[in-house]
Design a protein around this ligand. Structure first.
Ligand SMILES: Cc1ncc(COP(=O)(O)O)c(C=O)c1O
Length: 403
């Protein structure tokens, strides 16, 4: 709404703590939290102009709130996009993309190893509205190419994926999508703008679950979509303001505080995750580790090039076992023997979290969908926090060493 008072050309680290609406008349140092559902108008003429969008000025928090605007501006600055709109959750951000970029008769291509709710939303819920979805290999771009149809409008990618940490080559996917008149949307919740800025690699739309690393302290639920003014503000923003998918001011304020420490946290969590991944890889009760920062990861080169040389804070591993029942029992044994890690499906927190994806985040998928995604019963996902890493190793050893 109001022009920034910041000089041009500031670095992302500076924007992460400085970009916001100007201070109020009270000069607050920490950005103000405007907990109000509506805004008092000075007079009817001004009010009419604001409601008609002929003049800047807030009227009602579903259509705009200064705290939410500050968060949107800060995130857009960090992603290097023209603008952002904040949504109530990460899934409502993806819903917003689907409902505004797709209509009955359109076709969308996405990876079969994405986050479970995204697969459900695009593959099942959107089918009721006449949208067709093709699921392809996350890593094999020839499958994306082969799936293109005349009515393909959108590529939806999540990189790295939850929980197997498979990557997509964002620049290559953007080129392919654009060559066929489609848009590319990238879910950047895992990597965050600290590791990669998808818009700079050609993505048209960047989606976030701010519930994860952006907040980073497990306090709030929020989402966002970043991109051009034409697409994100004009098309998605208009829908969001009518449809009421907006973020609450308190949640926007909380996650905005999270953005201030995002780079520090993500770098520290990436370093710890790399060390833990290497330690797990050497453990006799671990069959396989999935982490983009490990040289054994099939897309290590791409990860280093695309993600600022860092692997991120999330890794997964398969425990040893032969049958699906045995694998599940062993995975439960390791998870249940932890005393420090939190057994919870959320991730990106400063507290290390541990989960069994096949019975939690991906529990609603069919066994066939899980198998297609390569997601076995022995898989455990860890989101590495900021505890002393030795404490986490000891915690995991409790279960691994007694298998
Ligand atoms: C990659 C990814 N995208 C989107 C979401 C959905 O976010 P939210 O729970 O904020 O709706 C999640 C949640 O785990 C996720 O991991």
């Amino acid at each position: 709404m109001t022009d920034s008072t910041l000089p041009q050309g500031l670095h992302p680290e500076t924007l992460a703590v400085r970009e916001a609406l100007p201070r109020s008349q009270w000069g607050e140092h920490c950005e103000a939290l405007y907990m109000t559902s509506s805004f008092v108008q000075p007079d009817c003429e001004t009010s009419a102009r604001r409601f008609a969008a002929q003049e800047d000025g807030y009227t009602y928090s579903r259509t705009g709130n200064p705290t939410v605007t500050s968060f949107e501006r800060r995130l857009a600055a960090m992603e290097g996009t023209e603008c952002a709109v904040a949504t109530s959750t990460g899934m409502s951000a993806i819903l917003l993309v689907a409902l505004t970029m797709l209509k009955a008769g359109d076709h969308v291509i996405c990876s079969l190893s994405m986050f479970g709710s995204t697969i459900k939303l695009l593959g099942t819920e959107m089918a009721r509205f006449g949208v067709e979805t093709t699921f392809v290999s996350q890593t094999d771009i020839s499958e994306w190419k082969a799936a293109i149809k005349p009515n393909t409008r959108l590529f939806f990618a999540e990189t790295p994926t939850n929980p197997l940490t498979d990557l997509c080559d964002i620049a290559a996917l953007a080129e392919l999508a654009h060559a066929h008149g489609a848009l590319l949307a990238v879910d950047n919740s895992f990597a965050t703008p600290v590791l990669q800025q998808p818009a700079k690699l050609g993505a048209d739309i960047v989606v976030h679950s701010g519930t994860k690393f952006l907040d980073g302290q497990g306090r709030t639920m929020i989402g966002a979509v970043c991109g051009s003014i034409a697409l994100v503000d004009k098309v998605m923003g208009t829908f969001l303001r009518s449809g009421g998918l907006n973020a609450a001011p308190f949640n926007a304020w909380t996650v905005m505080k999270g953005l201030e420490t995002l780079a520090l946290r993500v770098k520290a969590q990436s370093a710890a995750a790399l060390e833990l991944a290497a330690w797990l890889e050497a453990h006799p009760k671990v069959a396989r580790v999935y982490y983009p920062g490990l040289k054994s990861h099939s897309q290590y080169e791409l990860a280093m090039r695309q993600q600022n040389g860092l692997g991120g804070g999330v890794l997964s591993f398969d425990v040893v076992g032969d049958t699906p029942e045995n694998l599940r029992k062993n995975a439960f044994h390791v998870v249940d023997h932890t005393q420090v890690c939190s057994i919870t499906a959320n991730l990106g927190d400063v507290k290390t979290t541990i989960t069994h994806p096949a019975s939690t985040s991906h529990g609603r998928l069919t066994e066939a969908q899980r198998q297609a995604a390569g997601l076995g019963q022995g898989l455990i996902r860890i989101s590495v926090g900021l505890e002393h890493l030795n404490d986490i190793k000891v915690d995991l050893s409790r279960g691994l060493d007694t298998l």
